[in-house]
Design a protein around this ligand. Structure first.
Ligand code: FEO
Length: 164
């Protein structure tokens, strides 16, 4: 059985993952609206991944016999600036999620909840990938800052992203 504190923190994180999904759905719509359809598709895949993260947590809570409380999810912004700014905000957001995951992992240690620590290891590894993916795009968009043709090439390439 999870401690109350652990359950509450994991429930909070279900909301945070859904908040990430909502943010990336908004970014997807924004990218499409500013004619970066490929990055819009990339963000749509990101949205799907975040909903999977939320359901993975939910399934874990259910497997531990919890009756789950759901938290409100705030509406994301409508404007995100340039395409580079979109991905800088993505990277920043992922860094904040990483911190949340590490805090959860530490809490599981304090609560002496080994099973939850083992479960959270997947999220710790996933965050390394999440940050690396966003960081790579930020670096490339910075490189092509004053070359719109190259930005459109990146848009096309990243639009090929599929789930997996
Ligand atoms: Fe589920 Fe992007 O963290």
């Amino acid at each position: 059985m999870l401690t109350q504190k652990m359950q509450a923190a994991l429930e909070e994180h279900v909301g945070a993952e859904l908040g990430s999904a909502y943010l990336y759905l908004a970014m997807s719509a924004y990218c499409e609206a500013i004619a970066f359809k490929g990055f819009g598709r990339w963000m749509r895949v990101q949205f799907q991944e975040e909903t999977e993260h939320a359901t993975k947590l939910l399934d874990y809570l259910l497997s531990r016999g919890c009756k789950v409380s759901f938290k409100p999810v705030a509406a994301p912004p409508k404007e995100f600036g340039t395409i580079l700014a979109v991905f800088e905000q993505t990277l920043e957001h992922e860094r904040s999620v990483t911190k949340r995951v590490h805090d959860l992992y530490d809490l599981a240690g304090v609560e002496k909840d080994t099973a939850t620590q083992v479960f959270l290891q997947w999220f710790v590894s996933e965050q390394v990938e999440e940050e690396a993916r966003a960081s790579e795009i930020v670096d490339k968009l910075r490189m092509v800052a004053d070359r719109p043709g190259s930005a459109l090439y990146l848009d096309k390439e990243y639009g090929k992203r599929t789930r997996g």
